[in-house]
Design a protein around this ligand. Structure first.
Ligand SMILES: [Ca+2]
Length: 211
């Protein structure tokens, strides 16, 4: 664990504004169902050559469960790139929700706090999910990794992180810091939820008409 020691750092910000103001009637508004970007701890955990995957759990708030975007905050000590950086999304039993999502040629600068945002093609999620990162073709002299924020302001996360060193994905604790990575997850309501809402609104309208 000490090799992956969490290095003291200053702020990371996932300050992107969520624009939900003007959506067509047919489109469902995105909402933030998990946000752990506000309470920065000044720590990060670098991805390691010995990790096949590393990430965190997230219990989502609200009722929107069609995932649309996952954004992760990083710290990059040295400049370099990943040939491929992939996001894996699982349910609580570690069953994949869909194919891993991959970004190619992800470039980070030296001593920077980049954010990486994965567009999710509407994977349907349960209330608790696990996200992990994997990579190939890293050119950094010192690998970057996700920053640590705690506690989440929307949703919750266990005080563990998830890692696979070749024997399967499992939770671990960290020494010296909370084990919650800076991440934001956005989603839209399930089509079924929208349909139920429409039926409910229709019933209210009919009742009022009859009165
Ligand atoms: Ca956690």
């Amino acid at each position: 664990m000490k090799k992956n020691a969490l290095a003291g750092l200053v702020g990371v910000c996932l300050c992107g504004a969520l624009a939900v103001a003007s959506v067509p009637m047919s489109a469902a508004a995105e909402e933030v169902v998990f946000d752990n970007t506000v309470n920065e701890t000044g720590y990060y955990k670098h991805l390691s050559d010995s990790f096949l995957e590393m990430g965190d759990d997230a219990t989502l708030a609200g009722v929107a469960r069609q995932l649309t975007r996952v954004t992760i905050g990083f710290y990059s000590f040295s400049s370099g790139s990943f040939a491929h950086l992939s996001l894996h999304l699982y349910d609580e039993s570690l069953v994949l929700l869909g194919d891993p999502l991959t970004l190619n040629n992800v470039v980070f600068g030296e001593n920077t706090f980049p954010t990486v945002s994965f567009a999710v093609p509407n994977y349907s999620a349960p209330d608790t999910i696990v996200w992990t990162l994997s990579y190939t073709g890293a050119t950094f002299t010192s690998l970057p990794g996700p920053t640590v924020c705690h506690p989440p302001t929307i949703g919750t996360s266990e005080d563990t992180f998830m890692v696979d060193r070749g024997s399967g994905l499992h939770p671990e604790v960290t020494s010296g810091s909370p084990a919650n990575f800076c991440a934001r997850i956005e989603a839209t309501p399930e089509p079924a939820t929208l349909s139920l809402l429409a039926v409910g609104l229709g019933a209210i309208w009919l009742r009022r008409r009859r009165q």
